[in-house]
Design a protein around this ligand. Structure first.
Ligand code: APR
Ligand code: ZN
Ligand code: ZN
Length: 361
């Protein structure tokens, strides 16, 4: 059997997205069919539409999603129909060299559904990040579904599927922020704010938010920043040192993805401290640093892939903390919108006043 559902499609480079009927097959071996309840609008979806990721149009957009498993294919035992799940784009394989060494969060061979979803004329769709959840139903690999407590709001839970998990994980997984640490976060969009929330959760003593927009700094404060620095008007390296006894922060998280902000992170860190790059640079960007400073300052320069998260370990735990009131995921949901409003949400992204628009279905 197949299912005909409404979905948001990007047909060509730079063209506005369209709402179309697509065909979703029943799950085959190892697959799950998910009835999507909510899906956040992420910069990566816009990036696909602009042709910035690859040319495999048409794309089925949407990837920060939560929903309910409708049916599963042969051999699926980890999830069952009726389970409330968060979708992830890193279903670990269990067999690659990273998985075999007990580091599944780095899995190099993650799974997606094998069968294709199509347009009505049979044209195969490329689902964004192997998910494609701006759709009433989507087909994924069963490992892309992580069961969490049904009491969570779908709009908030789905955000763990991408940007918010990237930020929280940059702090708690990659940066290994611990009780009493000083932390600075450069760039306070959805990812940076999530890093701030993660640092608070981990017990950081001081959390310094850096941005060039005062509205962002205000929001960062509500998520746990104890100090803010507007790097348009103050030197962020000096300011962070001043706020950390003249030394620099134990962990600095770069959530912009630019060489100049990376350099700020590098020099705003205490000796033997850690820099975490979670912002994603573009191919032409280059970084120049005195090698002696790289050596002399010691510590660790790390990158964070999707917050180095392991969905099966991190999603249920973070949802439990959310339900206990210790992690305010609702704060990341600026507005809820309908499936037909995705194009408008892309336009609003440039305004800088939205953390996440979330489609509710
Ligand atoms: N210095 C400090 N902050 C900056 C600077 C700068 N030079 N340039 C931009 N910013 C701030 C913006 O004001 C904004 O608050 O960085 C923030 C970026 O936020 P968003 O555009 O909302 O992006 P976000 O979704 O948070 O993602 C940030 O992480 O996952 C990656 O691809 C993503 O590279 C992107 C980064
Ligand atoms: Zn693997
Ligand atoms: Zn995303």
């Amino acid at each position: 059997m197949t299912h005909q559902v409404r979905a948001v499609i990007a047909r060509g480079k730079g063209a506005p997205v369209s709402l179309e009927t697509i065909v979703v097959p029943d799950p085959g071996p190892g697959e799950a069919l998910v009835k999507v309840e909510a899906c956040g609008v992420c910069h990566t979806d816009l990036h696909y539409r602009e042709g910035g990721i690859n040319d495999d149009f048409p794309f089925l957009l949407g990837h920060e999603a939560a929903g309910v498993v409708e049916s599963v294919g042969e051999g699926v035992t980890d999830v069952a129909p009726g389970d409330f799940v968060i979708l992830n784009w890193r279903a670990v394989c269990g067999n690659c060299r990273a998985c075999r060494r007990g580091r599944p969060q780095y899995c190099f061979d993650t799974h997606n559904a094998k069968q294709k979803m199509t347009l009505l004329d049979g044209t195969e769709l490329s689902p964004a990040l192997g998910i494609g959840a701006f759709a009433e139903k989507t087909l994924v690999a069963a490992g892309q579904c992580t069961k969490v407590d049904r009491a969570a709001s779908a709009a908030a839970a789905g955000l763990l599927g991408c940007g918010v998990m990237a930020g929280i994980g940059a702090a708690i997984n990659t940066g290994n922020v611990g009780r009493g640490d000083t932390v600075a976060v450069i760039g306070c969009g959805g990812v940076g704010d999530a890093a701030i929330a993660g640092a608070r959760l981990a017990g950081a003593a001081r959390i310094i938010a850096v941005d060039i927009d005062d509205r962002k700094l205000e929001q960062a404060r509500s998520l746990g920043a104890t100090h803010t620095v507007n790097s348009k008007t103050a030197d962020p390296v000096e300011a962070i040192r001043e706020l950390t006894g003249g030394f620099g922060a134990d962990v600095v998280i770069e959530a912009v993805g630019r060489p100049e902000t990376y350099k700020q992170a590098f020099y705003a860190r205490d000796l033997a401290g850690t820099v975490v790059l979670v912002g994603v640079p573009t191919p032409e960007m280059k970084l120049e640093l005195p090698l002696l400073d790289v050596f002399g300052r010691g510590g660790a320069l790390k990158s964070s892939w999707y917050g180095d998260c392991l969905p099966s370990r991190d999603f249920p735990m973070l949802i439990d903390l959310y339900l206990q009131g210790r992690l305010d995921l609702d704060a990341f949901v600026t507005e809820t919108i309908a499936l037909e409003d995705v194009e408008k949400a892309f336009e609003r992204m440039h305004g800088g006043d939205v953390l996440r628009s979330v489609v509710e279905l």
